[in-house]
Design a binder for this molecule. Sequence first.
Ligand SMILES: Nc1ncnc2c1ncn2[C@@H]1O[C@H](COP(=O)(O)OP(=O)(O)OP(=O)(O)O)[C@@H](O)[C@H]1O
Ligand SMILES: [Mg+2]
Length: 342
Amino acid sequence: MKEQLLEVVVKEMQQGVVIINDKGLILYANPFFQETFAVNLPLKGINFTEVVEDALLLNTVETVLSSETGQSKEITIKGKGNQILEARLIPFSQNGLNGVIGFFHDVTEEKRVEAIKRDFVANVSHELRTPLASIKGYAETLLDGGLEDKGVLKNFLTIIDRHANRMTALIEDLLTLSMLESHQIPMKFEPLDIRVLITNVIQGFEKQAKDKGIELIIESGETYRELPKVMGDRVRLEQVIVNLIDNAIKYTNKGAVRISVRILDNLMQVDVTDTGIGIPEKDLLRIFERFYRVDKGRSRELGGTGLGLAIVKHIIHGHSGKIRVNSNPGEGTTFSFTLPIN
Ligand SMILES: Nc1ncnc2c1ncn2[C@@H]1O[C@H](COP(=O)(O)OP(=O)(O)OP(=O)(O)O)[C@@H](O)[C@H]1O
Ligand SMILES: [Mg+2]
């Protein structure tokens, strides 16, 4: 009874288990082990070397089998599907039967999350260090005797102020993103007139567009006048439109930025189209990732850290909407998002 129960436990384990005797023959392998090493033949009685090719694993099994001290070993290997596995190999000796029991634990997801965290910390530190280094450099120069010249003083303080603003914006974006990701700030839904929202946002960009000689156009049409309201969080949706228009102007040198709204069945779709530099196809899938920029140098020059679109995506998903992008390098880009109506 007890043995049957134990067998069920081992069979159902979300961890690979294999028992190998001292001749290298498999005495038992559970289904998880079979799946991990992608074998579909019955494994009992087969030599372990016929199932697994990984040299490190084979060597370790060998070492554990032949060691006098009876020590277990831990290694990290790859499965057949490129999963990352932590393997623990334990020697056993019972009723004259010697061998090794192997446990295989899939840590792919853990490693992936670890890598994301590591990248994130590296990115944040880097993005904060750059403006901080400038602030320190200019402050030191002033303290070293640059205080007398009023012109230099004003110039340097302006630069310091600009870098401090940049750091503030970065920290604000990081906090927003982190709160959106952990759902700490609930969306405050209310019926909204998206046209009013867009018009308000556009006003704030008129000067920036004019300075670059770019036309800012809201497309109107018959349907535009009859737009139904959408349920949305005013502040967050404003943030979405600000980010998309900011990008459109930032990455466009001449031409126009056009915003249009239309109704498709039970969805409202907003398109922000520019005639700018465009985005190469290989980058399209990644631009919604935190800190991802097509051209790091140029984006940084333009004051970007690559958080805008990550925030946009989170907000749109929080509204049960979708966002996508279409682009022709050299011709322009369209970001489109949808929001459910009713
Ligand atoms: N309209 C656009 N045209 C061309 N490239 C774009 C456009 N919008 C975004 N991109 C590319 O996608 C990248 C990511 O955009 P995102 O808004 O997330 O970051 P950013 O604008 O660089 O910085 P931030 O928005 O944090 O200030 C940009 O760096 C840019 O390379
Ligand atoms: Mg941006």
